[in-house]
Design a protein around this ligand. Structure first.
Ligand SMILES: *[C@@H]1O[C@H](CO)[C@@H](O)[C@H](O)[C@H]1NC(C)=O
Ligand SMILES: *[C@@H]1O[C@H](CO)[C@@H](O)[C@H](O)[C@H]1NC(C)=O
Ligand SMILES: *[C@@H]1O[C@H](CO)[C@@H](O)[C@H](O)[C@H]1NC(C)=O
Ligand SMILES: *[C@@H]1O[C@H](CO)[C@@H](O)[C@H](O)[C@H]1NC(C)=O
Ligand SMILES: *[C@@H]1O[C@H](CO)[C@@H](O)[C@H](O)[C@H]1NC(C)=O
Ligand SMILES: *[C@@H]1O[C@H](CO)[C@@H](O)[C@H](O)[C@H]1NC(C)=O
Ligand SMILES: *[C@@H]1O[C@H](CO)[C@@H](O)[C@H](O)[C@H]1NC(C)=O
Ligand SMILES: *[C@@H]1O[C@H](CO)[C@@H](O)[C@H](O)[C@H]1NC(C)=O
Ligand SMILES: *[C@@H]1O[C@H](CO)[C@@H](O)[C@H](O)[C@H]1NC(C)=O
Length: 488
């Protein structure tokens, strides 16, 4: 199960300037050549500007042609860590590595993962926690209503159980919205512990079955994430609202003891594959289809989470092309695809790793991880095409870095991933380079190598920006289209 680093945040919506952002990018990112994009260094820097944006109100969810559209934003810290940019960028990458490692553990040995989790479920277990790291994270949040409480939650396609902090709380972290009070909601009911929801479904979603409270009326769940973050509480049902669509009896975790890097959010929305995930529970309303467009910048930009199958709700600039999902019953929440090729600046990459191209796509992992053979070949081609810029030392998991501080403009080779069914995903220019140093003196290729050839690659959210990504769980396919993300 994945984990979601995320700290001290507060979500500012930032709708008004979205258009501005897009226009600014279009004009200065201007010169698009066939195999490269010439872009100004300033525009490339993804919005880690020091100025805090003035806060605009959250956008009200809307309905369009049968689809429900929620605003999707970056999770932004309440107080920005100003002192040491490189340090917090590094911490962020460490947490991203923790998530990627946890996903590998999960895939490698599901039974082992379950044992680990079972241990953790005993009340006595203490988990290590990377506490006190006030990070700006690269996760995305949206707002839903539970009972009658509006709550901001992290959007995660790498896990299934949706949960929010609940009173009475044994141990809750500080959150921005009011905490959901189960006693004051007439529509709240707990799930009985002798139900298959408490046993089989919970087991599939979290790796461990629920346990019974002493009066045998409630079902306890426990869910640990890769970085030591966890939530524990009672499995319950409640009416939730996604925009103006009401979902009665939605099964979720009422978290009574929660710790970790969830920032100021109220919890998490699980959009994975098993029957407890939000997408599975809303199949009647939304047909098992959801999609998102992840905005490029931290401030003053938002994207959208669209629930439902109506493609006219999209703002895609190219047609949606679909690739097959690889279904693997043992790897519970994850969405797997078949990576068949890649190219850099129009030059195809040749690597043995494409012969077993199983790769997962995740909204909660930041940096894309590739099997060593593929990463090595891609990196070599990128370095060859980027050789006019001086190389500098690597940083954390990013080993291909450059000093761009003396350039006004940079010519960035295009990067494309090929998926089964001749689907080409052209990575947005904002997803190719990662600014470790704000002055541009250490800017790295935003991809990393896995340690072993047999590990499963991950397409991270940094490479999914400005892209409509459609999850059709009923048709078992995933679609991609270019889209300048905005909520409007
Ligand atoms: C965001 O927009 C506000 C105005 O709405 C502006 O004052 C602020 O400087 C912008 N922030 C960034 C980081 O561009
Ligand atoms: C919750 O959000 C909706 C729509 O964004 C808004 O109309 C409503 O007033 C909010 N409710 C509360 C209790 O804040
Ligand atoms: C998975 O873990 C179980 C229990 O720890 C062990 O018996 C088994 O050999 C492991 N399988 C693999 C492929 O590592
Ligand atoms: C929760 O709601 C109950 C019933 O309305 C109330 O008695 C209790 O004080 C509330 N708890 C908190 C922490 O607000
Ligand atoms: C669960 O327990 C309750 C009360 O003990 C009982 O009425 C019900 O039939 C049980 N349900 C199942 C599915 O065993
Ligand atoms: C989604 O819509 C398309 C056409 O608009 C249709 O072919 C497809 O079957 C629909 N999928 C679901 C899951 O309803
Ligand atoms: C991926 O696609 C290729 C080409 O269509 C095919 O040969 C291969 O078996 C597929 N891999 C998986 C894991 O399905
Ligand atoms: C790709 O690599 C394989 C072996 O590594 C080689 O046989 C083949 O000719 C290469 N193909 C291209 C197009 O370079
Ligand atoms: C980056 O380049 C600038 C200008 O050429 C130079 O002054 C600076 O020392 C370089 N920094 C590093 C870390 O190489």
């Amino acid at each position: 199960m994945a984990h979601l680093p995320s700290p001290m945040l507060r979500s500012f919506p930032c709708f008004v300037l979205v258009l501005f952002t897009v226009l600014a990018r279009d004009s200065s990112a201007g010169v698009v050549q066939d195999n490269a994009v010439v872009v100004s260094l300033h525009e490339l820097k993804f919005g880690d500007d020091d100025r805090l944006s003035s806060m605009s109100a959250s956008q009200i969810p809307r309905k369009q042609n049968g689809a429900t559209i929620l605003e999707l934003k970056h999770h932004i810290p309440l107080s920005k860590p100003k002192k040491n940019h490189a340090k917090y960028i590094q911490n962020l990458l460490i947490l991203d590595e923790a998530r990627a490692t946890s996903i590998q553990d999960h895939i490698k040995n599901y039974s082992k993962f379950q044992e680990k989790n079972a241990e953790f479920s005993s009340e006595a277990a203490q988990l290590p926690l990377s506490s006190g790291i006030k990070l700006q994270t690269l996760n995305y949040v949206t707002t839903i209503t539970i009972g009658s409480t509006n709550t901001t939650v992290i959007v995660d396609t790498g896990s299934d159980l949706t949960w929010v902090q609940c009173t009475p709380c044994m141990a809750c972290y500080t959150q921005q919205d009011p905490i959901f009070n189960s006693s004051s909601s007439p529509t709240y009911i707990s799930v009985p512990c002798n139900s298959t929801t408490c046993t089989t479904s919970l087991q599939a979603a979290t790796g461990i079955s629920g346990s019974c409270s002493s009066d045998r009326n409630s079902c306890f769940y426990a869910l640990g994430y890769g970085d030591g973050s966890y939530t524990r509480g009672i499995l319950a049902q409640e009416t939730i609202a996604l925009g103006d669509v009401q979902i009665p009896n939605f099964i979720f975790g009422c978290g009574r003891s929660n710790r970790g890097l969830f920032g100021g959010t109220s919890g998490l929305m699980g959009l994975g594959r098993t029957q407890l995930s939000l997408v599975s529970q809303t199949t009647d309303q939304f047909g098992g289809v959801f999609s998102y467009c992840l905005p490029t910048r931290l401030y003053n930009s938002s994207g959208s989470l669209v629930l439902g199958n109506d493609t006219s709700a999209f703002k895609n600039a190219t047609p949606v092309s679909y690739t097959r999902m690889i279904v693997d019953p043992t790897m519970a929440p994850f969405y797997f695809l078949n990576l068949t090729g890649a190219s850099v600046g129009g030059v195809p990459i040749n690597a043995s790793g494409f012969s077993n191209g199983k790769i997962l796509i995740d909204s909660g992992t930041v940096i894309t991880r590739l099997p060593p053979s593929i990463y090595k070949a891609l990196k070599a081609e990128f370095v060859a095409q980027f050789s006019s810029y001086p190389a500098v030392a690597g940083f954390s998991i990013l080993d291909t870095c450059f000093n761009l501080s003396s350039y006004d403009e940079v010519r960035v080779p295009t990067l494309k991933l090929e998926l089964e069914g001749e689907v080409t995903v052209s990575i947005d220019v904002s997803g190719i380079l990662y600014f470790v140093k704000k002055d541009g003196s250490q800017v790295c290729l935003a991809m990393a190598s896995l340690s072993y050839e047999d590990q499963v690659g991950i397409i991270g959210n940094y490479q999914q920006k400005n892209q409509r990504v459609v999850y059709d769980t009923v048709g078992s396919r995933l679609g991609f289209a270019k889209e300048p993300c905005s909520y409007s």
